[in-house]
Design a protein around this ligand. Structure first.
Ligand code: ZN
Length: 319
């Protein structure tokens, strides 16, 4: 099915607790743009917050369901255990100073697959890798006072799926999803999509730990890019024929989606590049106010009243 193979990561969705703390960390510490403030369409009493580059381009997007009273998750097998962002190679020293200056504990940098990797945790304990990636032409978001444009996060780099039976996951990625095995390093295998490189990489790590607990500070699912809805529909058909249980195509307002589980238990999604985040508000206004899809708009008053207030224009404090 290489003709419809994914051409990169679309987004990663994770679980947080306090929404304000989540916004403050991802916008002011990592310098991402809040590109959409909406609700979980399947449970509209919870926010769904989207971060990314200026436009929220697919491959730059990290999203959260902030459930205020969620318990902390536990790392282990059957989970996406790290989400990596791409930063310019020469920015690693700046990031170390910036993050240390804000009181964050860092692990590294160490070298993986020829690139420097710095690891930190967000306020809910989610593992974030910053990878000094060469040849990443994406420009990131330059609208944050505390993070200069030349150091800005460029977008997602890769994800790490931790698996007790990595061969079964590798088989799905390579055979059914058409990804290329790019290299192996100890217990870790790297798969590339499309042109490969930052934003188009999945690492599968052998992990003998017990199954992880998906809750606060863990990844909920990862999504791959389909160029359009026709490709997505063909893809769905191929996955069904391969024996996977796949959802119907679901309207997520900013893209359409299908979901299925890989053999180790990680929830995967295939999402379309279109229509994107400017479908319901102008580029300059992205993320400033609560947006709802047409089918939830009649309940706006009730939905908004149940959500905690969110400050999204907080001034950036100098560190
Ligand atoms: Zn998703």
């Amino acid at each position: 099915m290489s003709d419809i193979a994914p051409h990169g990561l679309h987004h990663v969705t994770a679980i947080a607790s306090d929404p304000q703390r989540n916004v403050d960390f991802y916008t002011r510490v990592l310098g991402l743009r809040l590109v959409k403030q909406t609700v979980n369409f399947d449970a509209p009493d919870t926010y769904h917050l989207y971060y990314g580059d200026t436009q929220g381009t697919p491959s730059t997007i990290l999203t959260f369901f902030p459930w205020r009273d969620v318990p902390s998750g536990r790392q282990g097998s059957g989970l996406t255990t790290a989400t990596a962002f791409s930063v310019p190679p020469e920015s690693m020293g700046w990031w170390q100073r910036h993050l240390t200056g804000l009181g964050l504990e860092l692990d590294g940098p160490r070298t993986r697959d020829g690139e420097e990797v710095l690891t930190l945790r967000d306020p809910d304990g989610m593992v974030i890798d910053l990878v000094a990636a060469t040849g990443d032409a994406r420009s990131g978001w330059d609208g944050v006072a505390g993070v200069p444009a030349e150091q800005a996060v460029r977008g997602l780099h890769s994800v790490t799926m931790s698996e007790r039976l990595p061969e079964a996951t590798a088989e799905l990625l390579s055979t059914t999803l058409g990804m290329r095995l790019q290299g192996e390093d100890g217990d870790r295998a790297r798969f590339a999509m499309g042109a490969g490189g930052a934003g188009a990489v999945v690492d599968v790590a052998a992990d003998s730990r017990p199954r992880g607990l998906q809750a606060g500070g863990t990844v909920h699912h990862i999504a791959f890019r389909a160029s359009d809805q026709a490709t997505q529909a063909r893809w769905r058909q191929e996955l069904v024929e391969a024996g996977l249980r796949v959802t119907e195509i679901i309207d997520r307002q900013y893209f359409t989606s299908i979901y299925f589980h890989e053999p180790g238990g990680v929830l995967l999604e295939i999402a379309t590049d279109q229509p994107g985040f400017t479908v319901d508000e102008p580029l300059l206004e992205l993320g400033r106010s609560l947006k709802l899809p047409p089918w939830l708009e009649p309940s706006r008053e009730q939905i908004a009243a149940a959500l905690p207030p969110l400050r999204v224009d907080a001034p950036v404090e100098s560190s």
